[in-house]
Design a protein around this ligand. Structure first.
Ligand SMILES: *Cc1c(COP(=O)(O)O)cnc(C)c1O
Length: 383
């Protein structure tokens, strides 16, 4: 019996051999593979520096901290994201607000962002940070966001958990062309995996140094960063409050091996998206915006049902062992966020989108007959 998930990792023998090699080596954590992985990742996305961490959420947390987010900082993001994007700001005691999404890209709406900026300028409540999320792997309009950042004086941290391998105007996502830092997740459903894992890229050397210290308890071994004299070779000093957010060498070895497959993975994801676009176009659906098909990393393939009840179609597809999913429940509709005063009615486009959206299976190892099965089953339900 078929059982098709919406997303899944692709691990081959080469990946397994890379992990085994580390397991047999002297260091399974805090060893040499971490920096090899970081250097290779930075090179691939065209950034100067990369810091690997335990997951995409901790990547966001220390990216926020290192770039100066503090208690009371005003942080704007999209409700169409995983809760981690805004939760990591709440860890710091920041005040989160949500900007509505664009009905075409499902990313943060530039129009709504502008409108809110004008309003908040008048009331003296401009944001300190804006966190665009490249939903489904399609980059936000970063040129416009960075112009607004200059005009209104906020910092930009990109949550690129979906968008490793994506580009914007020929720039790889992660290059930090338009932002202070970019974060990625290596959860198994994402583009490449380390089991659990994340990374932050930046071109700012000071930020890079801060990230490395925050990742490991706020401790430094570098005498030039120590407030007091080093008492001997053993002497480290804790200079800020930090965390244990380290990635292991076992994970980094898997990541390094996975990076080699980037082009193959992305090519296959684009092929699948193109195939769905072609085969589903006659159905009463809103298909993903395909004008930037070649730029997206296609982490997700999201359709909107135009005439049918989403719950009913979702259940019927699941009965047929097709692992459809819903991305995302608006963060501002979560009970915890409501308890903080948020309300999904503040972002009506995201709310309406949520009521009709459905993510179809997309991952590199999906078989042609599985794709055809998804298409035939969905077609049968909608016609
Ligand atoms: C997956 C994801 C995260 C969190 O990453 P983890 O590695 O699961 O901690 C954050 N933001 C978005 C948009 C994600 O999809």
């Amino acid at each position: 019996m078929l059982n098709i998930p919406y997303g899944k990792q692709d691990i081959d023998e080469e990946d397994i051999a890379a992990v085994v090699k580390v397991l047999k080596s002297d260091f399974i954590t805090q060893g040499p593979v971490i920096s090899q992985f970081e250097e290779e990742f930075a090179k691939r996305v065209g950034a100067k520096f990369a810091v690997a961490v335990s997951n995409g959420t901790t990547a966001l947390h220390i990216a926020y901290l290192a770039s100066g987010m503090t208690q009371g900082s005003k942080v704007w993001t999209t409700p169409n994201t995983f809760v981690a994007t805004s939760n990591a700001a709440l860890y710091i005691g920041a005040e989160v607000a949500f900007v509505d999404i664009c009905p075409k890209t499902y990313n943060i709406s530039i129009e709504d962002l502008k409108r809110k900026l004008v309003e908040s300028k008048e009331s003296g409540t401009l944001p300190d940070f804006v966190v665009p999320v490249h939903f489904s792997g399609l980059s936000c309009e970063m040129d416009q966001i960075s112009l607004l950042a200059k005009e209104y004086g906020f910092k930009v941290i990109e949550d690129a958990s979906h968008a490793y391998g994506a580009s914007f105007n020929k720039n790889a996502v992660g290059s930090c062309e338009f932002s202070t830092a970019v974060t990625f997740s290596f959860h198994p459903v994402k583009i490449v995996t380390t089991g659990e894992g994340g990374i932050i890229t930046t071109n700012d050397e000071k930020l890079y140094e801060k990230l490395k210290i925050l990742r490991t308890h706020g401790i430094t071994h570098d005498p030039s960063l120590m407030p007091s004299l080093k008492e001997g070779p053993w002497h480290y000093q804790q200079i800020v409050q930090g965390f244990n957010y380290r990635m292991t060498d076992i994970q980094a070895a898997l990541g390094l091996s996975q990076l080699k497959k980037t082009e193959k993975f992305i090519r296959r994801r684009r092929e699948i998206a193109e195939y769905y676009n072609e085969k589903l176009k006659h159905l009463p659906l809103l298909l993903p915006d395909s004008t930037r098909l070649q730029e997206s990393s296609w982490h997700l393939y999201v359709i909107q049902l135009l005439k049918h009840d989403r719950l009913e179609i979702f259940n019927k597809l699941r009965e047929q062992k097709i692992g459809v999913n819903v991305h995302y429940i608006p963060v501002n509709s979560q009970p915890y966020y409501r308890s903080l005063g948020h309300d999904p009615l503040h972002t009506p486009i995201a709310l309406k989108y949520y009521q009709n959206c459905l993510s179809l299976p997309i991952f590199p190892t999906i078989q042609q007959y599985e794709l055809d099965y998804v298409i035939e089953t969905l077609s049968g339900l909608l016609t």
